[in-house]
Design a protein around this ligand. Structure first.
Ligand SMILES: *[C@@H]1O[C@H](CO)[C@@H](O)[C@H](O)[C@H]1NC(C)=O
Ligand SMILES: *[C@@H]1O[C@H](CO)[C@@H](O)[C@H](O)[C@H]1NC(C)=O
Ligand SMILES: *[C@@H]1O[C@H](CO)[C@@H](O)[C@H](O)[C@H]1NC(C)=O
Length: 431
């Protein structure tokens, strides 16, 4: 009885003044936050990962057990990461304060300051990703074995920079700036074997590694901010980037134009050969980002660049990363012989301005933004429009005499967008 009174008293105190509840217990469980203790929670830990969820959302339900699994591991790190969640549907004031426009949204609060979490959502890789947030900005390595340990800790999800014979102060400013995107370290002591392994022959040298793409590069300076930043920025992306929802986000932060190659299937042998050639072209033309996509892998994306089943592939375009892309007159597709010189010719003609400017179209752009920002609302509107479209096919007369009804009005508006897209695709087929 006594115990129950105490609990009631605690609850009452919590309601009257949330301060009494700010003693958050970190016991490896996901903290369930609410409106009144949210700010206190995110500012009382160095690093908090917050899941803004809605109880009705399916993705949230799938994410939840992953977070349950990650929470004890993360809270046990030398620099612990606390995992918390809040029903952002119910606590809408918090949701609007942090611009939550889709569920689930994950944010990391570092000393109370939020950044979007764009990393993986499976518990293992999420743990690996978050380790970086709490690791030092620049790891100081003392020996060859230290390099091995550092690489193991870093894993393969991010590019890795190792400064050999470089002082940490030379890269610390940029290491902080790019902390979200890469690992940074300096090696104080290392053997000649290491020099051979990382392919540099003098110091100071900054080596960039892309473990998941098996790529590496080295810069011998000058290690001045501007030059260094350009090198780091260029090495954040691999030489040729496979297009996925994730890489779309990476491209968003890169200002360069994108040389996009659309192949039939990324996994085919001839595509792999072509990707090798693209990589070589990318290394010689760093003012562009090179990317590729398989029609079979991501059809919607490929179709936006006027590719259909009948288009001769591979096809190359230059995309501004926004709504505009360029076909190059005379270099629309790459046939199978001597592809290397065709790529060179493509770039030459592009530079000479032999281009035909095209637009991705607002509906597709909206769709891509939805992938970027998880703007579920757009997707829902789009789906509703599609349902209306299906429901109104063959009922055109009824629709025409029924425009008073606002819902029908909305549906006919979306229909024209959809028709335009269909028209564009069928034009392709006639080409
Ligand atoms: C693709 O290449 C691999 C290794 O080079 C080879 O074993 C395989 O048979 C090739 N597949 C086709 C369809 O040519
Ligand atoms: C390495 O980086 C330099 C400078 O950014 C660049 O010019 C070169 O193409 C890169 N090489 C490779 C193989 O990425
Ligand atoms: C493409 O090039 C051909 C031959 O150089 C030229 O006749 C044609 O007008 C060009 N097309 C466009 C759309 O620029």
């Amino acid at each position: 009885m006594h115990h129950r009174h105490l609990v009631i008293l605690m609850i009452a105190l919590c309601i009257v003044s949330p301060i009494y509840c700010d003693e958050f217990k970190v016991n490896g469980k996901v903290l369930e936050l609410h409106e009144s203790n949210f700010d206190a929670a995110v500012s009382s830990f160095d690093c908090v990962l917050v899941d803004f969820y809605a109880p009705w959302c399916g993705h949230c339900k799938r994410l939840s057990p992953e977070l349950d699994k990650a929470a004890p591991v993360l809270s046990g790190l030398k620099k612990p990461v606390v995992v918390a969640k809040i029903d952002a549907d119910k606590y809408s004031r918090i949701a609007s304060k942090y611009d939550i426009d889709g569920f689930p949204t994950l944010k990391i609060f570092l000393h109370g300051v939020p950044t979007d979490y764009r990393g993986p959502r499976k518990s293992d890789s999420l743990v690996r990703y978050l380790r970086k947030f709490v690791a030092p900005d620049v790891t100081v390595i003392e020996s060859d074995s230290g390099i091995t340990e550092f690489l193991e800790l870093a894993g393969t999800s991010f590019p890795i920079f190792i400064g050999f014979g470089l002082d940490e102060s030379a890269i610390s400013k940029l290491a902080i700036k790019f902390k979200k995107n890469a690992w940074f370290s300096v090696a104080k002591d290392f053997s000649e074997k290491t020099m051979a392994l990382y392919d540099f022959d003098k110091v100071p040298a900054l080596v960039a590694l892309h473990p998941s793409f098996d790529e590496q590069n080295v810069s011998y300076g000058p290690f001045e901010d501007e030059f260094l930043e350009e090198f780091i920025q260029q090495c954040l992306l691999p030489l040729t980037l496979p297009m996925t929802g994730e890489s779309l986000k990476l491209l968003k932060d890169d200002k360069r134009k994108i040389v996009l190659t659309i192949v039939e299937d990324e996994t085919h042998n001839d595509s792999k050969e072509l990707i090798k050639l693209l990589r070589a072209a990318a290394s010689a033309n760093r003012e562009f980002v090179f990317a590729y996509v398989g029609f079979n892998q991501w059809r919607d994306f490929a179709e936006a660049f006027e590719v259909s089943r009948k288009t001769p592939l591979p096809k190359m375009v230059v995309w501004d990363g926004n709504e505009v892309f360029f076909a190059v007159n005379g270099s629309e597709s790459i046939h199978s012989e001597d592809q290397g010189s065709q790529i060179t010719l493509f770039l030459e003609r592009f530079r000479e301005g032999k281009v035909i400017e095209k637009s991705l179209g607002p509906s597709f752009w909206g769709y891509m933004m939805s992938l970027l920002g998880m703007r579920t609302v757009y997707i829902v509107i789009f789906l509703v429009a599609v349902v209306f479209l299906i429901a109104t096919v063959g009922k055109d007369e009824t629709l025409a005499s029924d425009t008073q009804d606002p819902s029908h009005y909305a549906a006919s508006g979306s229909t024209s967008v959809a028709n335009n897209r269909e028209a564009r695709i069928s034009n392709d087929k006639e080409d």
